[in-house]
Design a protein around this ligand. Structure first.
Ligand code: 13P
Length: 269
């Protein structure tokens, strides 16, 4: 059964990952972020294995068996269907961002409107957005599914977690699938709020000093959220018994934490 909710950071079986991707596909479709057969979702299963949605299927109506496993060269390893036509974009993001374990691509209408207008979401209009997303740039147009598209995106992937793709849509990514999906939701929310301020004819921007403080808070918040999420499934019951809390992390979880902290630290300097 497709789950109603999915969790952060838990160690999951391949079957659970498949169900989670189907849940995210349904959420994208239900929210109107992925009409018809639009959108694609993937997650990193291991060093050389990506689980990705198939091409040309409604992402709201997938079953776990529809998903395809590809390697880091984009070759199909298992699955009966053909992998998403956008697999090169997913592979680019995994290659450039070792901290990223999941990618969502969709066409949410308001954010896609900004992408079609070539307008980035980069004005500091809400404190939560500065903390949650930073700025969202526009990547120049490139034909979907070609190296033209990956070339325009490559310079932006390192410094952002959400990118508007000109005349196309949005791509978001994060340390797990829930983060990648929530960043899609936040990007669309950001676009709606920005549009309302433009309709009202007035935007009061946060000051440079306020933004700096929020960037510092963003780095602390991200590191804290990440360690809490990674630690949750492996935390022992020691804290309940009064002994100091011991947290166990796998090597991969530790590396992800360190990468994320270093990256956040660089982005606020
Ligand atoms: P796929 O069905 O091939 O993943 O393509 C959907 C899409 O949104 C292309 O931009």
């Amino acid at each position: 059964m497709i789950p109603e909710s999915i969790s952060h950071g838990a160690v999951k079986t391949e079957e659970e990952h498949r169900r989670d991707i189907c849940a995210v596909g349904r959420w994208l479709h239900e929210r109107g972020y992925a009409a018809a057969t639009d959108g694609n979702v993937s997650l990193r299963l291991g060093a050389d294995r990506i689980l990705i949605t198939p091409t040309s299927i409604s992402k709201g109506m997938m079953t776990p068996e529809d998903l395809v496993i590809i390697d880091s060269e984009g070759c199909r390893v298992s699955g009966l269907r053909k992998a998403s036509s956008e697999l090169a974009m997913h592979l680019l993001i995994y290659r450039l961002r070792p901290d990223v374990n999941a990618v969502c691509h969709a066409h949410p209408p308001t954010a896609t409107g900004y992408a079609a207008a070539g307008i980035p979401l980069d004005k500091p209009i809400l404190c939560e957005l500065v903390i949650g997303l930073g700025t969202v740039p526009v990547a120049r147009y490139g034909t979907p599914g070609t190296s033209e598209l990956t070339c325009t995106m490559a310079p932006l992937v390192q410094g952002h977690d959400s990118i508007l793709m000109a005349n196309h849509g949005v791509v978001t990514y994060g340390p797990d699938l829930l983060d990648a999906f929530l960043r899609m939701e936040t990007t669309e929310h950001f676009a709606r709020v920005a549009l309302v301020t433009e309709l009202l004819g007035k935007q009061v921007l946060l000051s440079g000093g306020d933004v700096e403080k929020l960037h510092a808070a963003r780095a602390r918040y991200a590191a804290g959220a990440q360690s809490a999420a990674s630690a949750a499934p492996a935390t022992s019951a020691a804290s309940e018994s009064g002994t100091p809390e011991r947290v166990t992390l796998t090597r991969r979880e530790l590396e992800t934490l360190i990468d994320e902290a270093v990256r956040r630290d660089r982005s606020v300097r």
